[in-house]
Ligand binder design. Structure first.
Ligand SMILES: Nc1nc2c(ncn2[C@@H]2O[C@H](COP(=O)(O)OP(=O)(O)OP(=O)(O)O)[C@@H](O)[C@H]2O)c(=O)[nH]1
Ligand SMILES: [Mg+2]
Length: 314
């Protein structure tokens, strides 16, 4: 029977599949080239490991995937589809422990979410998408334009606020971001808001003064609620490939990141980087972005993602 729920799921599968097309075509084409009329032996395994590393899965994840594959199937003839299936299963084993929906604690009012990440990663857009999701779940939402560096950044968040019909706390360009965050927390508390999302300026992870400012925002929020921020979400752009791995390391140190959202998995061949990051940092992956529109963000499902990544149908 077709229900709105199955239609919605189908629509999302389609978007995920289309989004991951470049990553999955590179991987499945490469697997086919390696294994056509060949068996799983030392040579083909080495070629497979190289392919996985080139596909941004990271050296360590690529190695463990190949090692596990070889334990079960060594010296046997194996079809491309069998390699894809086994590979998806291995990747899913790495991803399953980190596939973790964003947990909103109703005891915190507001539940404060701080969005961090480098320039252009997709922080502001992701806030807009998350606001829609929370509203659909019946929560009240407020946004804070903590990126006070650029007028365009404040306007961009205000547009997302209008689209979602939620209040945006914003100050003047050049205002102190920590002060703005302080005001936003107070206002959200006064208005009994469920979820406050604070946008921040894109920080280059090697700019120490910007990192120091992030620390100041966090300290100021804590003055009003010692348990806040309740979620510090690092937004990573998949198209940056291995650079996203470096960003995750630096932000984890600077801001006690509690979870990740990876954006722009559409239109990149570097989607495998999500596996490298999962393997290395073990941080929860809350959601993935596969497009610019408000509905292009979904909870992260390890099995669906793994199968799509290696080019299998669902
Ligand atoms: N294709 C695609 N584009 C995305 C996705 N998420 C965000 N974008 C686009 O990426 C660009 C940058 O997004 P922003 O949300 O402005 O990024 P930001 O991290 O807030 O950037 P700064 O404010 O400069 O630090 C915009 O053009 C977005 O539409 C995604 O999942 N897929
Ligand atoms: Mg922004």
């Amino acid at each position: 029977m077709t229900t709105p729920e199955t239609n919605r799921k189908k629509g999302w599968f389609q978007r995920l599949k289309t989004g991951l097309k470049r990553s999955s075509t590179a991987l499945s084409g490469g697997i086919n080239d390696i294994f056509v009329k060949r068996k799983l032996d030392a040579t083909t395994l080495e070629e497979l490991e190289d392919l996985l590393i080139m596909s941004d899965l990271g050296v360590s994840a690529s190695h463990s995937v190949c090692r596990n594959l070889s334990e079960n199937r060594f010296d046997k003839k194996i079809s491309t589809a069998e390699v894809q299936t086994a590979l998806a299963a291995e990747v899913a084993t790495i991803l399953r422990p980190v596939a973790c929906p964003l947990d909103i604690n109703d005891d915190h009012r507001p539940h404060i979410i701080l969005m961090v990440g480098v320039n252009g990663a997709g922080k502001t857009t992701t806030i807009g998408k998350l606001a829609r999701k929370f509203l659909n779940e019946g929560k009240s939402v407020m946004l804070a334009a903590g990126d006070t560096f650029r007028a365009a950044a404040i306007e961009q968040l205000q547009i997302w606020g209008e689209r979602n019909a939620v209040a945006v706390v914003a100050g003047k360009v050049g205002a102190d971001a920590a002060g703005l965050a302080y005001d936003a927390v107070r206002r959200a508390r006064d208005e009994n808001i469920d979820i406050l999302m604070i946008d921040t300026a894109g920080r280059l992870h090697n700019k120490s003064h910007l990192m120091a400012e992030l620390g100041k925002i966090i300290r100021v929020i804590k003055k009003q609620d010692a348990s806040a921020p309740h979620s510090t979400i690092l937004v990573l752009d998949a198209t940056t490939g291995q650079n996203a791995v470096i960003q995750a390391g630096v932000f984890q140190q600077a801001a006690a990141v509690s979870g990740l959202i990876m954006t722009k998995l559409d239109g990149t061949a570097k989607g495998g980087v999500l596996v490298a990051i999962a393997e290395k940092f073990k941080l929860p992956i809350h959601a993935i972005g596969v497009g610019e529109s408000i509905d292009d963000l979904q909870a992260f499902d390890a099995d669906d993602f793994s199968r799509m990544l290696v080019g299998l149908e669902t």
